[in-house]
Ligand binder design. Structure first.
Ligand SMILES: [Fe+2]
Length: 318
């Protein structure tokens, strides 16, 4: 039992539940033990049902070291020929438009850089979890990809150094919804319009299940051995106050940027054009307290945002 598990156990949580990823003290739950036990069971079921591709898991681990060895990376990727060929296809797609197509994956890795490779590996691996995409899985998949693309634009525009984490957290922030749907615990289709509003679904889940998709998602990513900062960003995506008070500066920034990207993605579904009222509202929202975008800057980024969402979706979902 790790120190973190021991602490979780002592606090009345189920044994496999990580206290750091569970709800903070400001989320009083009447029966923490039962709720955390059912979430631990859902995590076990979900990770058993759809394992994250092993090679992708290994490669993302390698890529979390900034001094990663390109040859070792290439060797690992070649152990999964499907992943390797999908990566090469993406590297040669409209996303990057190389002047001369890359003939080998190694050439693409050298040229694109490790951060982009990390994004691509995570994207391909995530898409493989949605193979039989039907409603609502398809909606969850497209939403994650779009939030990743928007988060990257926002992070780039403020020259934030953790762009990769923002992209991955955006991509994976709602993976818990897919898990809850796949283990059949909750009927998202029955929610109807509620699924189309940000910051609503998790409240209904907490009421019905005792936990929510963000906290479950964080645990599933931890079970897949993905970086702890990514697990925290996902688990805390509906607890921004906690990211601010208990997390590192990077945790607070990543959660803020993912939440900003999330609001923008919901808005894009309603209106592809920049809406001044929406942008002004977003600029003064608490989610913007740390990145501090002005409405004007957000408006100026809008064309880049819509273009980037379209590009990523067209290459990932085809
Ligand atoms: Fe969410």
């Amino acid at each position: 039992m790790t120190a973190m598990h021991a602490k979780a156990y002592a606090s009345g949580l189920a044994e496999n539940v990580l206290e750091e990823l569970w709800f903070g003290d400001d989320d009083p739950l009447r029966d923490v033990r039962t709720a955390s036990e059912s979430m631990a069971a859902a995590t076990a079921k979900a990770t058993g049902l759809k394992p994250f591709p092993a090679v992708a898991q290994h490669v993302l681990g390698l890529l979390s070291d900034p001094k990663v060895d390109i040859a070792a990376l290439n060797d690992s990727l070649e152990k999964d020929p499907v992943l390797a060929s999908q990566l090469l296809r993406l590297a040669n797609s409209a996303l990057f438009r190389p002047a001369v197509p890359y003939a080998s994956l190694e050439a693409a890795i050298v040229r694109l850089g490790t951060q982009t490779v990390q994004e691509l590996v995570a994207s391909v691996a995530m898409m493989s979890l949605f193979e039989e995409a039907t409603s609502p899985a398809e909606k969850i998949r497209d939403h994650g990809a779009a939030v990743a693309a928007i988060g990257r634009i926002l992070a780039q525009s403020i020259r934030y150094r953790g762009i990769g984490t923002v992209f991955l957290a955006g991509l994976m922030h709602d993976v818990g919804k897919l898990m809850i749907h796949q283990v059949g615990e909750f009927d998202y289709d029955a929610l109807g319009a509620e699924l189309d509003e940000p910051d609503r679904t998790h409240l209904v889940e907490r009421e019905t299940l005792g936990y929510d998709h963000a906290v479950l998602g964080g645990h599933v990513l931890d079970a897949w051995h993905l970086p702890p900062a990514l697990c925290r960003a996902v688990a805390w995506s509906h607890q921004p106050g906690r990211a601010l008070n208990e997390g590192t500066e990077d945790d607070a920034m990543v959660v803020s940027l993912v939440r900003m990207a999330n609001h923008i993605e919901y808005q894009l579904r309603k209106n592809r054009e920049p809406d001044v009222e929406f942008l002004e509202h977003l600029a003064v929202s608490s989610d913007n307290a740390i990145p501090d975008f002005s409405a004007d800057v957000l408006e100026a980024l809008w064309p880049k945002i819509t273009e980037s969402v379209d590009e990523l979706l067209s290459v990932l979902v085809s």
